[in-house]
Design a protein around this ligand. Structure first.
Ligand SMILES: C[S@@+](CC[C@H](N)C(=O)[O-])C[C@H]1O[C@@H](n2cnc3c(N)ncnc32)[C@H](O)[C@@H]1O
Ligand code: SF4
Length: 353
């Protein structure tokens, strides 16, 4: 079973971000971590979990919570994990070396930094709370304390982007001990500063292809539309699990788990969550059609492929047409997309939606 742990705190809110995260007091953080453990124990027992195969502590910003507040969670989880299990923790470049050292000692073996860009102007534009040098130092510090799996998130498709800026960002990544890149196209959701402002997003397919090509020419494997690993050993098992539609337990405010063909939604409000951490806000039962749609969409955005056996006759006809047009590959009864960038349209076409 995979496990996702949500930390809904940040030091400030970036202009583009609609994630469930808030600037809150240390007392809230302390209480929250206790409730998190309550829910974790509850889910582990209820689902009769013997082993967690991967763990992802995301946010929000896990690095704004003192490392000692993670001790009980790691201690509890130690009974359910084997030695080499991938344990990722997200961090902001403002994380201190001391925090990274403690969290590494506790057992995290993969760290994921929200960098977004190494360009000073773009960082200000995005409302980030760090500058370029801080991001470079944080990545170096993570390596120094022992992390050998280091991810860097970047954002593209902003109005500031051009080839020179992105080339510089990627070259900086190549100079650092980064083993994985998540490159996200900017999306503008409601409840963000950007939503209320003049246009900040600009899609430029040439620049997207430039990023993909440059990473691939330098040996990075694109295993999902936004995810690139330096080599096979750096493909995130947890990420890959999501694309494979593996079940996962999710704990924390606003976390969404998917288990026994049900999507389980937790309370988003942190204070309410602290009070009642085992209460589900909502449960969505996934129909067989929902599951086929989900599996197809996830598979076409990634290298995992989807079993041909799940499709009906009409869908198989669509698959044959798309395959003749060179948009899909069929190998060993599995279907793979050829171009991740058209994954969503292709899924809808195949599914007949
Ligand atoms: C939880 S944050 C990473 C850790 C930490 N909170 C930070 O930002 O430094 C996850 C990532 O999602 C991406 N992200 C968030 N909102 C986004 C948006 N609207 N468009 C594209 N990417 C976004 C960013 O790249 C961000 O680093
Ligand atoms: S991008 Fe990261 S740091 Fe910025 S508000 Fe979102 S979760 Fe917080």
């Amino acid at each position: 079973m995979m496990l996702y742990i949500h930390i809904p705190f940040c030091d400030s809110k970036c202009h583009y971000c609609s994630f469930n995260s808030y600037v809150m007091s240390n007392q809230h953080k302390k209480n929250y971590m206790k409730s998190l453990l309550v829910q974790l124990k509850h889910e582990t027992a209820k689902n009769n979990i013997k082993r967690y195969e991967s763990i992802f502590i995301g946010g929000g910003t896990p690095s704004v919570v003192e490392s000692n507040l993670y001790e009980d969670i790691f201690k509890y989880l130690s009974k359910f994990i084997d030695k080499d299990v991938e344990i990722t923790i997200e961090a902001n470049p403002t994380a201190t070396k001391k925090w990274m050292k403690s969290i590494y000692k506790l057992g995290a073996n993969r760290i994921s930094f929200g960098v977004q860009s190494f360009d000073e102007k773009k960082l200000i534009f995005l409302g980030r709370n760090h500058n370029t040098n801080k991001a470079i130092d944080a990545i170096q510090d993570a390596y120094d304390v022992g992390f050998r799996k280091i991810n860097c998130d970047i954002i593209y498709d902003t109005v500031l982007d051009n080839k020179i800026l992105l080339e510089n960002d990627i070259n900086t990544i190549f100079d650092l001990p980064i083993t994985h890149i998540s490159a996200y196209s900017l999306t503008i959701d409601k409840n963000t500063n950007f939503y209320k402002q003049p246009k900040k997003q600009k899609t430029d397919i040439k620049l997207t292809k430039y990023i993909f090509d440059k990473l691939s020419k330098n040996g990075f494997i694109q295993y999902e539309i936004s995810n690139f690993a330096k080599d096979i050993s750096n493909i995130s098992k947890h990420n890959l699990g999501y694309w494979q539609f593996k079940p996962y337990i999710a704990v924390g405010a606003g976390a969404v788990g998917c288990i026994n063909n049900q999507r389980v939604y937790m309370q988003k409000d942190v204070v309410k969550y602290i009070q009642k951490p085992i209460l589900y806000k909502d449960i969505e039962v996934l129909s067989e059609d929902n599951i086929i749609t989900e599996k197809t969409m996830l598979a076409f955005r990634s290298i995992v492929g989807v079993d041909i056996g799940i499709f009906d006759d009409k869908q198989l006809q669509n698959i044959a047409i798309a395959s003749n047009e060179g948009k899909l590959k069929i190998k060993n009864n599995k279907i793979y997309s050829v171009d991740f960038l058209i994954a969503d349209e292709l899924s809808l076409y195949v599914l007949g939606q």
